[in-house]
Design a protein around this ligand. Structure first.
Ligand code: ATP
Length: 235
């Protein structure tokens, strides 16, 4: 579904991502692991068209997308739910969700169905639909950010650190919901520092260090890898 072939990304003269190869098959959850600054967000931003690559190519469903605008990439079905959430804090939960459906803004029935689906996944968002997004807790804001991304019916959902700053109980819920979104047919590329939780739901993963992939494998292989366990899982 998505293929990064020998992708490199520079910030000025600094090479943030070097010669990276990633494959995401339809229906998978793929996780990018790695510590702060390893290059995961840069990969996401490059897939979304927000950063330009300096080398390589990105292919989505057989079409090269690395020269396309971020808007066009969303229309093709790749939607990023950014770290830091980037909600509109003074707008209501409902209004934030509608913003996620802007590519379908003329299709009222479709928007209604999407809203129902998001409210079913996250009942708290329905309860708080008239509250300003800025008044939600951290976990609820993360749910809203994911809900907003789902409003545009992504084929591939990019989730950058969905568990960041959340209480452990909420983290567990969040990963269960991500697994459900995947089971309902959305392919997911996930960047996470919480390796244990992410590998528990992922099919496979890539470990980033200093902008390159140092280990890759199925979740079982990564769980069994001593270096990965020591560096990212801790037991
Ligand atoms: P994090 O979890 O902190 O977001 P990450 O693995 O996603 O980490 P990136 O944000 O992709 O890492 O950053 C990779 C490297 O590129 C880091 O060394 C970072 O300091 C650098 N970097 C990121 N954005 C820029 C920028 N706009 N200009 C210059 N350097 C940047």
């Amino acid at each position: 579904m998505l293929e990064l072939r020998n992708v490199s990304v520079q910030y000025g003269s600094f090479a943030a991502v070097k010669n990276v190869n990633i494959t995401v098959e339809p229906g998978e959850i793929v996780v990018l692991l790695g510590s702060n600054g390893a290059g995961k967000s840069t990969v996401f931003r490059t897939i979304s068209g927000l950063n330009k690559l300096s080398e390589g190519e990105i292919v989505f469903q057989g079409e090269r997308i690395d020269h396309l605008s971020p808007d066009r990439i969303v229309q093709l079905g790749i939607v990023q739910c950014a770290e830091g959430r980037k909600l509109f804090p003074r707008m209501t939960v409902y209004e934030n969700l509608l913003m996620g459906a802007y590519i379908y803004r003329k299709e009222k029935e479709k928007i209604k169905q999407s809203l129902q689906h998001v409210y079913e996944l996250f009942p708290i968002l329905q309860e708080k639909r008239n509250d300003p997004a800025g008044a939600l807790s951290g976990g609820q804001q993360q749910m809203l950010a994911i809900g907003r991304a789902l409003m545009s019916h992504p084929k591939l959902l990019l989730l950058d650190e969905p568990s960041i700053g959340l209480a452990p109980l909420i983290v567990e819920q969040m990963f269960q919901i991500i697994a459900r979104i995947n089971q309902e047919g959305t392919t997911i590329l996930l960047a996470e520092q919480n390796a244990h939780a992410a590998l528990s739901i992922a099919h496979k993963g890539y470990v980033f260090e200093n902008g390159t992939i140092v280990v890759e494998g199925t979740s079982e292989q990564l769980f069994a890898n001593d270096n990965v366990r020591k560096a990212y899982i801790g037991t």
